[in-house]
Design a protein around this ligand. Structure first.
Ligand SMILES: [Zn+2]
Length: 272
């Protein structure tokens, strides 16, 4: 490598630079407005000569030119690139107004739906712009005023609610105070009253019990059922009753039922 580099820089003794017709690139006359830059394609496009697609982001060595056009003192630049297949020249410009680029020559920009639906401000005159801005400002102010009114209303409602709560609280307090006072004064009276009530309830219950018992011992005809013990004539049965052993709670073993009884299985009668 290094050898090659050295060799290429060899100038023979009879070298005459004026004999060269081709001017080296860096010495060619080019305006100060033109310079070579490395860039990426800012949008996808299709070459008009060969139909090659050049996708957004493809890198190019481009010539950058400062045009005389301006947008609000912002200079507009033009770039020259070459098609990757047919080397046809493609140019595009910056578009500061829409923060975009405009394809000029040699290629067609691909369709991009999000660009189609943008609000169309291109043909807006200055007066229209001013009007639009004014309208927007007015709307903003109205919105703010509406917000203020809403705030005021809310405050009013809040204070109303607070007052209602305070009233309710006051009422509860006075009632509590009244109850306390009455309790302190008439505690004993109340106590005796309670006792009276309890007695009354007990008496009523007893009466009810009695009534129930009486009804239980009456036959349907309204005759009193006689107790067997009272019957003197039938002393034998009474004695038998008396001698009956008292009920015992001891565990009594019951005879086991046959297992199949509960399951509805019937034993076949034996054939023998
Ligand atoms: Zn091409």
């Amino acid at each position: 490598m290094s050898e090659r580099k050295v060799l290429t820089k060899y100038y023979p003794p009879d070298f005459d630079p004026s004999a060269i017709k081709r001017v080296p690139k860096h010495l060619r006359p080019s305006g100060p407005k033109l310079q070579t830059v490395r860039l990426m394609a800012p949008f996808s496009m299709r070459c008009e000569r060969c139909g090659e697609y050049i996708y957004k982001g493809r890198k190019f060595n481009a010539r950058k030119e400062t045009t005389d056009e301006k947008y609000l003192t912002i200079p507009i630049y033009r770039f020259y690139i070459r098609c990757t297949r047919c080397s046809g020249e493609i140019t595009f410009k910056t578009d500061p107004k829409n923060m975009d680029y405009v394809c000029e020559r040699g290629a067609k920009r691909n369709f991009e739906p999000w660009r189609e639906n943008k609000p169309d401000n291109q043909h807006e005159t200055e007066e229209e712009i001013l009007n639009r801005l004014e309208r927007e400002e007015n709307e903003e102010r109205e919105q703010m005023e509406r917000d203020k009114m809403a705030e005021l209303e809310e405050k009013m409602l809040d204070s109303k609610r607070e007052m209602a709560i305070a009233d309710a609280l006051d009422e509860i307090r006075t009632r509590n105070a009244r109850i306390e006072r009455s309790e302190a004064r008439g505690e004993e009276v109340a106590l005796s009253h309670v006792r009276d009530e309890a007695e009354e309830a007990r008496r009523r219950e007893e009466q009810e019990d009695e009534e129930a018992a009486r009804r239980a011992f009456m036959t349907a005809a309204g005759e009193k059922v006689k107790r067997l013990v009272d019957d003197e004539a039938d002393g034998g049965t009474a004695a038998a009753k008396e001698t009956a052993p008292p009920p015992s709670f001891a565990r009594v073993k019951k005879p086991k039922k046959p297992f199949d009884a509960g399951l509805g299985i019937k034993k076949k009668p034996s054939l023998v």
